[in-house]
Design a protein around this ligand. Structure first.
Ligand SMILES: NC(=O)c1ccc[n+]([C@@H]2O[C@H](COP(=O)([O-])OP(=O)(O)OC[C@H]3O[C@@H](n4cnc5c(N)ncnc54)[C@H](OP(=O)(O)O)[C@@H]3O)[C@@H](O)[C@H]2O)c1
Length: 274
């Protein structure tokens, strides 16, 4: 299995010296080849986590591994595992690889997602609907289920799952029914995982993000349809600011949990009806 062996120095500006090690705890980050997943992988590595990077494209996972580097021969491992989260056999292979390599799993950042094709709902094709549901809901479920099974069976028992929801888990954008419906469904996943995880020391929380500057939010920066029918450029924030929040959620003892956290560009249209 591929493993990044690059040098200890941080080329990304991350201050590794200032962070306490996570004692070699093991995390899986899905959607780790870009955007928020890449930023979270970077934060976790900086905090001393071993991080398994999942996503469909090998080259972007490798690029993430190259950027986050490795903290010396004894430092955290960065392990890319190409995975399509919509394929049960891929998800099984991902978590089997984690167990083979590390013997346990402490954190899943369940992040892989897609916005889908925007457009009027009466024109949405079945295939476009399914494509969003398959990644955002079924993929998130498959990864959470595999993580849950691993965390329940391992000794010491337990772990944490952090689902990536959205402001769209609360309110829709125009022409986004598949994205909005699946992100509301992620809230249901989070609540069920939290309840069903109690007997096994499995904590589950959700981060709801608004307008982090990534590939997915390119339209916010050029102009996106608003509820009043106008098109407007919206404020964005740095994905690194999201990643620091995930790192905090991940760092808590299993007896404590951030159940829901909303991190958004301060002036984006959400609070105050626009
Ligand atoms: N940016 C924001 O403001 C914002 C706001 C709310 C919620 N979110 C959520 O944050 C998450 C990450 O989004 P992002 O903004 O970082 O956008 P992004 O850069 O487009 O990241 C999406 C990631 O998901 C992966 N992915 C997509 N389909 C996959 C599949 N079938 N299997 C495995 N991986 C898959 C992609 O990698 P491959 O294409 O290589 O598979 C990619 O790395 C999403 O769940 C999104 O809904 C973002």
């Amino acid at each position: 299995m591929a493993q990044n062996e690059s040098a200890a120095h941080a080329t990304d500006g991350t201050d590794r010296e200032a962070t306490a090690p996570a004692d070699g705890k093991v995390a899986v980050v899905t959607g780790a080849g870009s955007g928020i997943g890449r930023a979270v992988a970077r934060e976790l590595i900086a905090a001393g986590w071993h991080v398994v990077l999942a996503g469909r494209r090998r080259e972007t996972l490798d690029a993430t591994a190259d950027r986050v580097g490795r903290v010396g021969a004894e430092g955290p491992a960065v392990v890319p595992v190409p995975t399509d989260v919509t394929r049960p056999e891929d998800v099984d292979a991902l978590f089997a690889a984690v167990r083979d390599r590390f013997g346990r799993l402490d954190l899943l950042f369940n992040n892989a997602g897609t916005f889908g094709r925007p457009g009027p709902l009466e024109e949405l094709s079945y295939e476009d609907w399914r494509a969003v549901v398959d990644v955002n809901l079924t993929g998130a479920f498959l990864c959470a289920q595999a993580a849950f099974r691993t965390m329940k069976e391992q000794d010491p028992q337990g772990g944490r799952i952090i689902n990536n929801g959205s402001i769209s888990a609360h309110v829709p954008r125009p022409h986004s029914i598949a994205y909005t419906a699946t992100k509301h469904a992620v809230t249901g996943l989070t609540k069920s995982l939290s309840l069903d995880g109690r007997p096994y020391r499995i904590a589950c929380g959700q981060i709801d993000i608004g307008n982090a500057a990534t590939e997915m939010t390119g339209r916010m920066q050029t102009g996106i349809l608003q509820a009043n029918g106008q098109t407007a450029v919206e404020p964005v924030m740095d994905a690194a600011d999201v990643a620091r929040t995930v790192r905090h959620m991940a760092s808590l003892p299993l007896e404590a949990n951030v159940q829901f956290a909303t991190v958004m560009a301060t002036n984006m249209p959400y609070i105050g009806r626009g």
